[in-house]
Design a protein. Structure first.
Length: 255
């Protein structure tokens, strides 16, 4: 079990905490991302970028439009153009989706390899990225575009966010049970073997089902993983120590 590109974010008391005044009490929410799940492979440590762009695409599709985003454009900028493949904190990755944003895939469509990840984006890609971004702060409504979920209320707040139509990006410690999912041997993460591996991973939460008592997770290891790249995260596992942090993305700006 190896590092996939996520580093737990350091504590920062300035993080904006998510809250919702919605009266929606839906028992099942499944946000849709029309794009097939990418396979980041073992060379490129871009799970944070895949989780964030996957969440942005789902939010875009919910608003009635859709465009494929370049995971590798985001990963290049989130790591500061570094030649080295390295992990990224989720907070830093979110900031990179605010500025410079994320260009459309057709403008930076590189192979998912170290060579592809090191390709510097073109001027056209950089210019286009400004058109697809997470909003940091909306001065018109005095609201933020991404928020951190407080650990003590994570289950309730994750449901509230998804009921509002807002996807979530999450970071967690991988276990041997997660390896079964990654190898296509299971589609639900169990808490029977909760020992953390010392390596962490980031994913997007795009839905939940009260009947299953689980969240629907979009991963980044291709469609052979779980159910076409998706798997189920039981409520009890989300509330365990395996999960480090959760962020809601609820406002994007697409020109």
């Amino acid at each position: 079990m190896k590092n996939t590109g996520y580093i737990p974010s350091t504590y920062d008391g300035r993080d904006w905490e998510f809250d919702s005044s919605s009266k929606n009490r839906s028992r099942e929410v499944l946000l849709h991302n029309p794009r097939p799940v990418i396979n980041q492979g073992r060379q490129v440590l871009c799970c944070t970028s895949a989780a964030i762009t996957g969440a942005m695409e789902a939010l875009d599709a919910k608003q009635g439009d859709f465009c494929h985003l370049s995971v590798l454009f985001h990963y290049y900028n989130a790591r500061g153009g570094s030649y080295r493949m390295k992990g990224i904190e989720l907070r830093d990755a979110l900031k990179a989706a605010v500025k410079p944003g994320v260009c459309r895939l057709k403008l930076h469509d590189k192979a998912m390899t170290r060579k592809g990840a090191r390709k510097k984006p073109s001027r056209a890609a950089v210019a286009n990225a400004k058109k697809q971004a997470i909003v940091a702060f909306d001065a018109r409504t005095f609201t933020y575009g991404y928020w951190r979920i407080k650990n003590s209320v994570r289950l309730r707040k994750c449901k509230e966010a998804l009921r509002d139509g807002a996807p979530i990006v999450a970071g967690f410690w991988m276990t041997s049970d997660y390896e079964k999912i990654r190898k296509g041997l299971a589609d639900t993460l169990q808490l029977a073997q909760p020992e953390p591996s010392g390596h962490a991973h980031a994913v997007a939460l795009l839905g939940f089902s009260e009947k299953r008592k689980a969240f629907q997770v979009r991963d980044s290891f291709g469609e052979r993983l779980g159910d076409k790249g998706y798997w189920w995260l039981p409520f009890e596992v989300l509330e365990s120590d395996l999960f480090n942090e959760l962020w809601v993305i609820d406002k994007i700006s697409y020109d």
